[in-house]
Design a protein around this ligand. Sequence first.
Ligand SMILES: NC(=O)c1ccc[n+]([C@@H]2O[C@H](COP(=O)([O-])OP(=O)(O)OC[C@H]3O[C@@H](n4cnc5c(N)ncnc54)[C@H](OP(=O)(O)O)[C@@H]3O)[C@@H](O)[C@H]2O)c1
Length: 174
Amino acid sequence: MSAKGPKICMIAAAAENGVIGRDNKLPWKIKSEWQYFLDTSKGKPVIEGRLTFEAHGGKPFTHSPDIVITRNKNYAAKGAILVHTLEEAIDRARGIAAETGADEIMIGGGAEIYRLGLPLAARLYLTEIHANPEGDAHFPAFDRAGWTETKSEFHKAQAGESADYTIRVFDRRK
Ligand SMILES: NC(=O)c1ccc[n+]([C@@H]2O[C@H](COP(=O)([O-])OP(=O)(O)OC[C@H]3O[C@@H](n4cnc5c(N)ncnc54)[C@H](OP(=O)(O)O)[C@@H]3O)[C@@H](O)[C@H]2O)c1
């Protein structure tokens, strides 16, 4: 962890047309990319919107409790920390990171939460799915001139996977 505390990161997989979801599901099946998400988020606090939390069955993504953002003060979710603003989510995530030593806070979507989180993020783990599916949730447009691509790693679809993909990481230029 740096002296300034954990880095605020976003982690997403977006198709070439920007689509990240359809009917509150991922529009592709790519087991190895999902494993990459789990491995990259492991041991780090994950922040997500209420719809994303429900999209994965209302169960935490990782072993640490998910931090779920909802406007609904009566929402109940086992295994999740409920908050009502992104700022509150980040405060809780910083508290967890201070206890566990996690060096990154992960904003894990969906579209509404990525839009709120983008101005705060210093790093984007943004996998590009080489497909153009129909969808109703999109990753927000961002100006690549403000970011340096620090990783680009092509993966061919394995048996049973619906598309090739490229793992990319972008760090915000200072
Ligand atoms: N490809 C990927 O990497 C990826 C990752 C994550 C999700 N997804 C996909 O993204 C889609 C879901 O995205 P989404 O945009 O529909 O939903 P979302 O961002 O997951 O959640 C939206 C919910 O978050 C809460 N919320 C949003 N803004 C808020 C604010 N300012 N203050 C308090 N609460 C706020 C609200 O919950 P309440 O309604 O309870 O108030 C809102 O309904 C799904 O299709 C999912 O599969 C894709």
